[in-house]
Design a protein around this ligand. Structure first.
Ligand SMILES: [Zn+2]
Length: 404
């Protein structure tokens, strides 16, 4: 089997940055053989400029919202943003499919190899059945009241079934994990402000030992809702004909009110965390340890800048030893679907310069994402036998492109 050899200014292995004296060797299909010193690499070395990296992992996206590109203006604030998203869903199905196709291609071309992708519908199923990207489909449940919790969940279960059907059909595809399947799907709660107590409890029962996600503390009104029953979320509920908070007033923050619904061995991606105070970070980490949960903190800095013009307290997540990963969120709240641009957004902020190095942030973009999605057996790093994809990142413009 002929080998491919790559040499660049820097090689990021998934764990560390190596200088230009090293050569990455893979077989034709991109299975990693070794990283060796240049003098031991023989001939036919392809020389490129930039950082060679394993394929990038996008831990949070909503591919089905790709048609909302340029529809909602930046900096509206979260509540206005959510009102726009829920009222702008009547698009031509052909346009929705076209934009899903384009967004999937954009991610594949810029080197994203796996995506944790939220969907309320199965609109993305056809594209995913042909995609070379690996998908964890987070089938996202919204359910404001307890009365129809079971009926409502049955609806989302049918979306989940649709994704499981296409998963079976993709068995013959080029990438399979050791249990024989490529993609994976799970039911997940949308957010503390959209899931009723009974719905939370049912999701907990249905997701034993699974990887799930929840949008967390994106706006101060989320805590206010649980602390007092009031605040700006009431505007959102009105759109659904709900005139007062359907959620229990606990006197506590939203995370302290909702994380205790879970105790079933789940790995939980906390998405955004833009307004998460330090005391909640340490509380959540302790709760998870005591109750057999694993927490992953997913950062989507460009989406936070787009919606709220604010970023989460990354320095506190690092201080508390949180597992960090990156996501793009969707085209409703981002200018592109590029993990390289998310890396840039963090490195560009002086506030984080002393706490996060390029190596740290590239780890979040690769091996941490692969581990969190439980695909580090073959993705996330240049280790012998893995097939993680080979990506070239241009540090001047923070663009990235797939080489393998
Ligand atoms: Zn999201």
């Amino acid at each position: 089997m002929p080998f491919q050899k790559f040499q660049s200014d820097e090689i990021f292995t998934g764990y560390e940055l190596l200088g230009s004296g090293y050569v990455l060797i893979t077989n034709e299909e991109g299975e990693v053989d070794a990283i060796v010193m240049e003098q031991d690499a023989g001939d036919n070395i392809q020389k490129v400029r930039g950082i060679l990296s394993p394929g990038l992992i996008n831990c949070h996206c909503h591919l089905e919202l790709s048609h909302l590109k340029n529809v909602i203006p930046p900096h509206t604030g979260l509540i206005e943003f959510l009102c726009s998203v829920v009222t702008k869903r009547n698009f031509d199905p052909a346009v929705i499919q076209d934009e899903i196709v384009k967004a999937e291609k954009e991610m594949w071309d810029n080197g994203i190899v796996a995506v944790g992708d939220i969907g309320n519908t199965a609109d993305t199923a056809d594209v995913k059945s042909k995609s070379k990207i690996r998908w964890h489909n987070f089938v996202e449940v919204l359910g404001f009241t307890d009365e129809k919790a079971e009926e409502n969940l049955a609806l989302y279960q049918s979306v989940l079934d649709r994704f499981n059907e296409i998963r079976s059909r993709s068995l013959s595809g080029p990438k399979t994990d050791p249990d024989g399947y490529r993609d994976r799907s799970s039911l997940v709660p949308h957010a503390p402000y959209s899931v009723s107590p009974k719905t939370f409890r049912l999701i907990n029962q249905l997701t034993k030992n699974q990887v799930i996600s929840i949008h967390n503390q994106e706006h101060p009104a989320e805590d206010e809702l649980y602390k007092t029953g009031g605040g700006d979320y009431l505007k959102l509920f009105k759109i659904f004909g709900v005139n007062q908070s359907p959620f229990p007033v606990t006197g506590k923050s939203s995370i302290r009110s909702c994380l205790p619904y879970f105790n079933n061995g789940q790995t939980i991606f906390l998405i955004h965390n833009t307004y998460m105070p330090e005391e909640d970070i340490s509380w959540a980490n302790s709760y998870a340890t005591e109750n057999g949960l694993k927490l992953i903190y997913c950062l989507c800095p460009n989406a936070n800048l787009y919606i709220e013009n604010r970023v989460p307290p990354i320095e506190l997540f690092i201080k508390h030893g949180c597992q960090l990963v990156l996501g793009t969120d969707s085209y409703s709240s981002n200018w592109q679907l590029s993990i390289a641009k998310e890396v840039q957004a963090i490195l560009a902020m002086p506030r984080f310069a002393t706490v996060a190095t390029l190596t740290d942030v590239l780890k979040w973009a690769t091996i941490n994402g692969a581990k969190a999605l439980q695909w580090d057996n073959d993705l996330g790093s240049f280790e012998k036998g893995k097939r993680p994809g080979v990506v070239l990142i241009d540090k001047n413009y923070w663009t990235s492109r797939r080489l393998i």
